[in-house]
Design a protein around this ligand. Structure first.
Ligand SMILES: Cc1cc2nc3c(=O)[nH]c(=O)nc-3n(C[C@H](O)[C@H](O)[C@H](O)COP(=O)(O)O)c2cc1C
Length: 324
């Protein structure tokens, strides 16, 4: 059975960032945010020996596993893996414009073949997990609402219930993935229009939401918002989400946050780089004045893998500074 889950506030999938460790921190900071893994290629998901590390979930639900792939059989297997690892959702990436991803015939280039995308969604569908899609508005430099509507119309035949839209086109040639997050113009109106056309589908708006006040305003018109770079640059913003968006108590940044986080990462040391383990938490220094001494000590301890000393230092930091 699928659970009823709020997707009002989603943290976007981001390769290199929404690691299991970052998701642990996100969950400590917000009970209600809906989380995503990084995009994982279906082949890695199926064949990688370190799969357990890459997609560890540790009950940080609600959470989606995002996959990149276009082979029907692989997608069905990926869906079963997501169920086995206790994910609530499996999401197909049809928005990534990178050259490597195009070479593998997945990501945004799949928008050229809407029938195949529908088949892919159908391959992911399973009674035990929600199968969803993350896409762009279209391809190339021209915005074209009809293209977008025809694409969604075809996908809707799969019975899909949730679609995340990065509300700009993808340009497959000539600009980088970073450029593809800034150069093609945003168009939230397309998402508004499509939502009225397909009232049975929940559309989550993504792209350019760079503060929580903007997210709150957009939630008056949209079913949900998905935020990437704002959280990547400062995950600690999440501590305000439960209060501002879900009208619950604010989380405080205290010793408990540090203890919970280290309890999760310590057993991973040796299997994972200390940098990847710690980098989400080190954003704790974001715009906190006079934290240079702490940062430089932590750098030294990281070189020597002294994780207990780093934990002690961070405990001292949060008890000395009022970060709430
Ligand atoms: C570093 C980085 C990595 C990303 N990796 C993925 C990914 O793995 N899958 C995906 O669908 N989108 C990925 N994206 C795109 C984001 O999910 C999101 O669509 C985009 O950043 C726009 O949202 P924002 O304006 O809130 O950042 C990535 C973005 C960034 C900045």
């Amino acid at each position: 059975m699928k659970k009823e889950i709020s997707r009002k506030f989603c943290v976007a999938p981001m390769m290199g960032y929404t690691t299991p460790y970052a998701r642990k921190l996100y969950r400590i900071l917000s009970n209600n945010s809906f989380l995503f893994s990084e995009m994982i290629a279906t082949k890695s998901l199926i064949y990688s020996k370190s799969k357990g590390n890459i997609i560890d979930n540790d009950y940080n639900n609600p959470v989606a596993l995002q996959v990149g792939g276009s082979e029907i059989e692989d997608l069905s297997k990926a869906s079963q893996i997501a169920i086995d690892y206790n994910y609530d959702e499996i999401n197909l990436n049809v928005g990534c414009p990178s050259k490597a991803v195009q070479k593998g015939s997945f990501g945004a280039c799949l928008m050229k073949n809407k029938v195949h995308v529908r088949n892919c969604i159908e391959a992911l569908q399973n009674d035990k997990i929600e199968a969803t899609l993350k896409c762009r508005l279209g391809l190339g430099s021209e915005l074209n609402y009809e293209f977008f509507e025809e694409f969604i119309d075809e996908i809707s035949k799969s019975g899909i219930k949730i679609i995340y839209v990065h509300a700009r086109n993808a340009i497959l040639n000539g600009i980088s993935p970073q450029g593809n997050r800034t150069i093609p113009p945003l168009n939230y109106n397309f998402v508004k229009k499509i939502k009225y056309k397909f009232p049975d589908i929940t559309f989550i708006l993504n792209g350019g939401i760079d503060n929580l006040a903007k997210a709150q305003n957009l939630l008056e018109e949209f079913d949900g918002v998905m935020i990437g770079r704002l959280i990547k640059n400062n995950p600690f913003i999440l501590k305000e989400v439960d209060k501002k968006i879900f009208k619950e108590k604010n989380k405080t940044i205290d010793e408990l946050v540090i203890n919970n986080y280290f309890e999760y990462i310590k057993p991973k040391l040796g299997f994972e780089s200390i940098f990847r383990l710690l980098s989400p938490l080190l954003n704790i220094f974001f715009s906190v004045p006079h934290s240079k001494v702490y940062k430089s000590k932590i750098n030294d301890y990281m070189k020597d893998q002294k994780i207990n000393l780093i934990e002690d230092l961070l405990l001292k930091f949060v008890s000395e500074r009022n970060l709430s």
